[in-house]
Design a protein around this ligand. Structure first.
Ligand code: HXC
Length: 268
């Protein structure tokens, strides 16, 4: 956990900031001194995040945004600049997901997920990157991916393909924008206890227990555990880290069971 004041004078834009991991990140950036702009489609959760930040003495703005719509994304960055004067950090946290067999996935379902995750991630990076380039003193862009970006994700072909695209985008922009001192990284949370992920991927307690049992650490991550490393990667302590991914998953993606099944917790 960074010291409070680590982001004094900085402005962080967080998509998906109304709930779950994005809200925890927004609250942590604000605790560390950043003014925070939260974006998402539904105004009510954004207002709740802003209320929580302001109650704790921080500064925040809610900007309802569909990250798939270029004009709305440009308006998001413009709103951050108008209210707080600049943009130093962008977190691409907005996502959509559901479990479906690939052969049953409609073109619209494919588009719904890939356009939120990949189109939205690029549009937000482009808008924030343009602002950071114009400011001339660097910045940090962080996108949230999943380990199925490199392992493949049976049942989530849309999300796996889009997250893989975000990883490639990140490595590309890390090089293109290094001369502008804009760092571009990803974090890869494992299964994390949020309402959105739970509803989409482990809707019943039995499903959740089954997922937790596949994590060598034996549990889901908390949103705070993800938020601490998100702020760290965007901070000055990571000034020489770019094009990198940090996996925070309790060993989940490395779990192969292998020759020692007794290592696993008993099935629920
Ligand atoms: C099959 C489905 C479906 C489902 C939607 N669709 N849900 N198909 N099974 N469960 C199809 C619809 O039938 C429709 O296609 C198309 O997708 C678009 O649906 P809409 O509801 O109109 O789209 P939209 O309102 O844009 O909603 C997008 C969404 C939604 C992705 C479908 O779930 C959403 O906004 N979710 C946001 C929150 C979320 O999912 N968070 C979880 C992220 S967790 P047709 O052909 O019928 O028109 C995460 C963690 C991963 O990503 C990593 C874990 C380790």
């Amino acid at each position: 956990m960074l010291a409070s004041g680590s982001f004094d004078g900085q402005v962080a834009v967080i998509t998906g900031g109304g709930s779950g991991m994005g809200r925890a990140m927004a609250e942590e950036f604000a605790r560390l001194g950043a003014a925070v702009v939260v974006a998402g489609r539904r105004p009510e959760p954004l207002a709740e995040t802003v209320g929580a930040i302001e109650d704790a003495g921080g500064r925040a703005l809610a900007q309802p945004t569909d990250v798939r719509v270029p004009d709305q994304v440009d308006a998001l960055v413009a709103a951050a600049v108008e209210r707080f004067g600049r943009v130093d950090v962008l977190v691409n946290d907005a996502a959509g997901n559901f479990v479906v067999k690939a052969e049953d996935l409609s073109p619209n379902g494919w588009r719904a997920v890939t356009s939120i995750v990949l189109d939205g991630g690029f549009l937000c990076a482009r808008a924030a990157g343009r602002q950071m380039i114009a400011q001339g003193d660097g910045g940090a862009i962080l996108s949230v991916i999943a380990s199925y970006a490199w392992t493949g994700g049976p049942g989530t072909v849309h999300s796996a393909a889009a997250k893989a695209g975000l990883l490639a985008m990140t490595r590309t922009l890390a090089v293109e924008w290094a001369p502008h001192r804009i760092r571009v990284n990803t974090i890869c949370p494992g299964p994390t206890a949020t309402e959105g992920a739970g509803a989409a991927l482990w809707p019943t307690p039995a499903d959740e227990a089954r997922v937790a049992a596949t994590v060598p650490a034996g549990r889901l991550a908390s949103v705070e555990e993800i938020a601490w490393w998100s702020t760290a990667l965007c901070s000055r302590y990571a000034a020489y880290v770019t094009g990198e991914n940090l996996t925070i998953d309790g060993g989940h993606w490395l779990e192969q069971e292998g020759y020692m099944p007794a290592l696993r917790p008993p099935a629920p």
